[in-house]
Design a protein around this ligand. Structure first.
Ligand code: ZN
Ligand code: ZN
Length: 289
């Protein structure tokens, strides 16, 4: 039987295909991710169970990358934590997980990736860009342009957690190999791919809209972390750099998702990461697809 926690799944958006390749999924108490949330808050929204929460009010969080195939192009979004990296968070430190095997099993080849897009440069969004070869970190997606906003490149060098060097092990090797491009947070990437600036979680955060044959999808990145935030959009996540900006971005984006009826792919959403946003009185709800 397939393990739903790490299952590879795909969705169609017009003529485009979006695939989730999972690195890992863990259960955790909601307060660890959202300082103002507890189990009783989760339990007030029973629609979260069983896909995104359990009956006791625990939640799950996933690291996954989305692969967008559109007009013959292969675009990888937010390649997770990576293996063997020194990370401050114990759950991300020195991982040994079969992400690249799942990537290959889904029919993808690292050399065929044309673009690697990062919604922002936290450690869990850039990891597989490099892998260890002897003492060196070398690029994984050797034929890809890797896209960064300048605000993120500046921020990643100031917001450093003890013991880790995200810039040194996951970004500098890409720049040194000549595989990096700096883009605007609202860049049009062609083929129906368009970025929208969505700051607050980090200063240069951007989310990806996908349009094909008049159908729309959005890959969120971290302006929200869990479907609980549709019901509780005021909830700040522990790593939100500017809580107030993050809150206003989240409300604006949620209204936009509900208005357009877009297929929403939540970068950290567990188990069933894709769905539509529907209004539920003064709040919103997420309906999985
Ligand atoms: Zn983040
Ligand atoms: Zn993240």
């Amino acid at each position: 039987m397939t393990d739903a926690r790490v299952e590879t799944r795909s969705w169609k958006v017009g003529a485009a295909t979006i695939t989730s390749v999972v690195e890992d999924q863990s259960e955790l108490p909601p307060g660890l991710l959202f300082p103002d949330a507890g189990e009783e808050m989760v339990q007030r929204h029973p629609w979260l169970v069983p896909d995104w929460a359990d009956a006791a009010g625990g939640i799950s969080l996933r690291t996954q990358a989305f692969v967008v195939e559109i007009e013959g192009r292969t675009v990888l979004v937010d390649p997770c934590v990576g293996n063997g990296k020194v990370r401050w968070l114990p759950m991300w430190n020195d991982l040994d997980l079969p992400f690249l095997e799942r990537f290959a099993d889904a029919g993808f080849s690292p050399a065929a990736v044309e673009l690697v897009l990062h919604t922002h440069l936290h450690a869990d969004h850039v990891g597989w860009d490099t892998h260890r070869e002897g003492e060196r970190w070398v690029p994984t997606f050797t034929g890809a342009r890797h896209l960064y906003t300048q605000a993120e490149l500046d921020f990643v060098r100031t917001a450093v957690l003890p013991g880790e060097d995200v810039y040194g092990d996951s970004i500098a090797p890409i720049i040194d190999a000549g595989l990096a491009d700096v883009i605007e947070p609202d860049a049009d990437l062609g083929s129906g791919l368009r970025l929208e600036s969505s700051p607050g979680h980090t200063p240069g955060h951007a989310s990806l809209w996908i349009e094909s044959n008049s159908e729309h999808a959005l890959i969120t990145g971290d302006f929200m972390h869990h479907p609980l935030q549709f019901a509780e959009p005021q909830l700040a996540e522990i790593a939100d750099a500017d809580v107030e900006v993050a809150r206003s971005t989240r409300l604006r984006m949620i209204r936009e998702m509900a208005r357009t009826g877009a297929l929403v792919l939540g970068t950290h959403f567990p188990s069933r990461p894709a769905g539509r946003v529907v209004a539920d009185g003064e709040r919103w709800r997420f309906v999985a697809e």
